[in-house]
Design a protein around this ligand. Structure first.
Ligand SMILES: [Zn+2]
Length: 151
């Protein structure tokens, strides 16, 4: 993965974090038979709010339609949704219920501490992969192998 992708991702997450809010970006990739190369970080328009029940983040249907149109036009695919949590990284009920990624083999990555971490690999993050419609946790050793980040 290009360094720029990592930097852009952390920037977006940290910017939300500075306001005490969760943030979400999408990793767009070119797929070939063997794997995928992340080429762009898409930050969708999102509603990120803080209520007394906690933090909520939502991406509207119109924005998802815009995304799908872009993917179709550019021949890219959605490899992963990446979002921040204020504290520990895990998949909340809402994360399970309202995912943006839906394709078999794509990923949902949760970054802890509003993205204020160093991202040499994804072992600090919670990584899930869609298998048969369910989010299956990817162990750190596997995520480090799957996602090659710039040193
Ligand atoms: Zn979440």
């Amino acid at each position: 993965m290009p360094r720029e992708v990592v930097l852009k991702t952390l920037d977006a997450l940290q910017e939300g974090g500075e306001a005490g809010l969760e943030a979400l970006v999408l990793w767009l990739a070119h797929f070939d038979g063997q794997g995928a190369e992340v080429t762009d970080v898409w930050q969708p328009k999102q509603d990120s709010t803080r209520t007394k029940d906690g933090l909520h983040l939502r991406v509207g249907g119109a924005e998802l339609a815009r995304l799908n149109e872009d993917l179709y036009r550019t021949g890219r695919g959605l490899l992963a949704q990446v979002h921040s949590h204020p504290g520990l990284a895990y998949h909340s009920e809402l994360d399970d219920a309202k995912p943006i990624v839906t394709e078999q083999g794509t990923f949902s990555i949760v970054v802890p501490f509003f993205g204020f971490i160093s991202l040499h690999d994804l072992t600090a993050c919670a990584v899930f992969r869609i298998e048969d419609g369910l989010f299956v946790p990817v162990p750190p050793s596997e995520s480090a192998r799957l996602f090659v980040l710039p040193g």
